[in-house]
Design a binder for this molecule. Structure first.
Ligand code: FE2
Length: 138
């Protein structure tokens, strides 16, 4: 069983968003596999950099969709994105500076908890508004 398993409960039904969320699950699983198989620090750092980058690409896409759909809670949602993005980037820097002191398991659990919680409780809130506006389904 993968570290993060996708299931229907995470599906928003908005294709572009679901594709991004699935890609984020894959990044976290890839990171988990590299860490648990004892892959090199370079390989782990590269995956981590890819994850940080994709998190930001996804957040921008999602915020643009919320904006396009006229979603009322865009500012609060974008603020949650900024906080998370800063936290993940800070942890990536900690890893890059001192990988031997880095708590890999805590980091992976943090990513898993954040990603599933954010999708289920924060992202789901914009779904009816985006569907109504037919945003992000092309
Ligand atoms: Fe979000």
């Amino acid at each position: 069983m993968p570290f993060m398993e996708w299931s229907n409960e995470y599906a928003t039904g908005i294709n572009d968003i679901d594709n991004d969320h699935q890609a984020l699950f894959m990044f976290v699983n890839d990171l988990h596999d590299k860490i648990s198989s004892g892959d090199s620090q370079e390989a782990i750092a590269e995956t981590l950099a890819g994850l940080v980058n994709y998190v930001n690409v996804h957040f921008i896409r999602e915020e643009n969709f919320m904006d396009e759909a006229g979603y009322a809670d865009l500012e609060d949602h974008a603020e949650a994105h900024r906080r998370l993005s800063a936290r993940v980037f800070g942890l990536k820097e900690q890893f890059d500076e001192a990988p031997q002191d880095f708590d890999n398991d805590a980091f992976l659990e943090f990513l898993k908890g954040w990603l599933t919680g954010h999708i289920l409780y924060t992202d789901m809130d914009y779904v009816p508004v985006m569907k109504e506006a037919k945003v992000g389904e092309k």
